[in-house]
Design a protein around this ligand. Structure first.
Ligand SMILES: Nc1ncnc2c1ncn2[C@@H]1O[C@H](COP(=O)(O)OP(=O)(O)OP(=O)(O)O)[C@@H](O)[C@H]1O
Ligand SMILES: CC(=O)C(=O)O
Length: 472
């Protein structure tokens, strides 16, 4: 019987993994969700790769979810003619508008006109993920001049972080709106919003999606201190959270990063939202075929925290060993889950509604019956997501829905294996028999296995939440 992995694997696709063959291999080795990073992907590329993902999913008979990661309002430098070799003490000028004249030799534009208004003398400007640090020394509305604190090479269009500085950037840029239209047209399952800072940003995007007829949910990427200050409202407003450790590591003291990750995971557990841990999970494998000991231990930490998904970025988009990375993640996660199947992060979550309480009762039943499986019949996915959020101790969750989109969104939920199954309301016995048959066929259950069956969708005309206990 296949041993189900509960923690899902999210892979960023890129030049190293764009071929149909590699996409299929990644999927077969364990990728559950593919991420398309709009900071780098052209629309033609996205169309091509999206088609290949859906073909691979059909070929591999596996449900796959697709997440479009919107660039969001990041601050970047403009072009420099040649890369600068910055030395400690050098002066660098950032011009807030293209028509502002340069006043020092190392002068570059930025794409954020408000930079001079938001910064104060003494603030630190982090360039290129914090590789170069510059202290602001002279500020006007037109330009910011700073002194270099750490030497390094600065190329064109580098990313800028302003740790602890509240910025007045809009939630989405013109580019994001165009990317969003493409994602809606293709039918991606999730949109990730970079630099989400306020719940209103999420609500704005979710509303826009609804207006465009998309059912996709929004994942808020937590990347700076503003987002952390609003974490509870952001979690509540979104369909899930990504702990974007790349930018967070520049925007916050690095020693705080594990504490921030733990805090975000706990808030997601509390509010019953999905959580993805991203960035540098297997960074050394961009170049090497084996992970470092520290990377394996980082994966251990995320699995013990019972996150829904762990994410690979450069490891699979540009790395030399993308398939090996997925294999390593799959093996390490399975080993940890086998040894530590249960956790405690969801135990404090409030049971807000009767539905939450019914789900909890089903989980208590499953936890108390060795070798049991949880089956859920769900039209919109709500019951199945609630089951996943409450983190059953041992039982895998098999979710049955007639809706393909719902099935794809359930791929991201911890411990859930979704199936598309057309079931008639009002005929629960047939639906259950069909589901058991499907699970037998896939080798997930054998005759006599105890099944805890949960449903709010099977009883025609009457709104009943039901828990059934029976043997396969
Ligand atoms: N679709 C793509 N086409 C071309 N290059 C890509 C693509 N996706 C990623 N890359 C390359 O892979 C690198 C890693 O990108 P990835 O999305 O995996 O990580 P990231 O840390 O989220 O990226 P970034 O912070 O640069 O947005 C990028 O810097 C880019 O050079
Ligand atoms: C994933 C991402 O955007 C980050 O880690 O910053």
């Amino acid at each position: 019987m296949p041993n189900m992995r509960k923690t899902k694997i999210l892979c960023t696709l890129g030049p190293a993994t764009e071929s149909a063959e590699v996409i299929l291999n990644l999927m077969e080795k364990g990728a559950d969700i593919f991420r398309l990073n709009m900071s780098h992907a052209s629309h033609d590329w996205v169309r091509m790769v999206y088609g290949r993902i859906r073909e691979a999913a059909a070929k591999g008979a596996k449900e796959i979810s697709v997440l479009m990661d919107l660039t969001g309002p990041s601050i970047r430098t403009g072009d420099v003619e040649q890369p600068w070799q910055l030395q400690v003490g050098d002066w660098v000028e950032f011009r807030c508008k293209p028509d502002v004249a340069a006043t020092v030799p190392l002068s570059v534009t930025v794409n954020y006109p408000e930079l001079g208004k938001d910064l104060h003398v003494g603030d630190i400007i982090m360039v290129d993920g914090g590789m170069i640090q510059i202290k602001a020394t002279e500020i006007s509305e037109k330009r910011v001049i700073g002194t270099v604190l750490t030497q390094g090479e600065m190329k064109s269009r580098r990313h800028i972080n302003l740790p602890g500085v509240p910025v007045r950037l809009p939630p989405l840029t013109q580019k994001d709106y165009a990317d969003l239209d493409l994602g809606c047209e293709l039918g991606v399952d999730y949109f990730a919003l970079s630099f989400a800072r306020e719940p209103a940003h999420i609500q704005h995007l979710q509303l826009l999606l609804e207006q465009k007829g998309s059912k996709a949910r929004v994942i808020a990427k937590i990347e700076n201190q503003q987002a952390l200050q609003n974490i509870d409202t952001l979690v509540e407003a979104s369909g899930g959270i990504m702990v974007a450790r790349g930018d967070l590591g520049s925007e916050c003291p690095i020693e705080d990063l594990p504490l921030i990750q733990r805090h975000i995971v706990e808030r997601c557990s509390y509010h019953g939202r999905k959580v993805i841990v991203a960035t540098q999970m297997l960074e050394s494998m961009i170049e090497n075929p084996v992970p470092t000991r520290a990377e394996v231990t980082d994966i251990f930490n995320a699995v013990i925290e019972q996150v829904d998904c762990v994410m690979l970025s450069g490891e699979t988009s540009v790395g030399r060993y993308p398939e090996k990375c997925v294999e390593v993640l799959d093996t390490v996660i399975r080993r940890i889950e086998q040894k530590y199947p249960s956790g405690r992060f969801a135990s404090d979550a409030p049971l807000k509604t009767n539905k939450h309480k019914t789900v909890k009762a089903a989980i208590l039943l499953a936890n108390s019956i060795p070798n049991s499986k949880l089956l859920v019949f769900t039209l919109r996915g709500v019951m199945a997501h609630l089951l996943a959020h409450q983190r059953p101790e041992f039982a895998s969750i098999f979710a049955f829905t007639p809706n393909l989109h719902v099935s794809r969104t359930l791929v991201t939920a911890r411990g859930v294996q979704p199936f598309v199954l057309a079931f008639e309301e009002g005929n629960p016995e047939k639906a259950i028999r069909d589901a058991i048959e499907m699970l037998r066929k896939h080798g997930h259950i054998k005759a006599g296995d105890p099944l805890v069956i949960l449903s709010d969708a099977l009883y025609d005309g009457i709104n009943v939440d039901a828990i059934l206990l029976r043997d396969a």
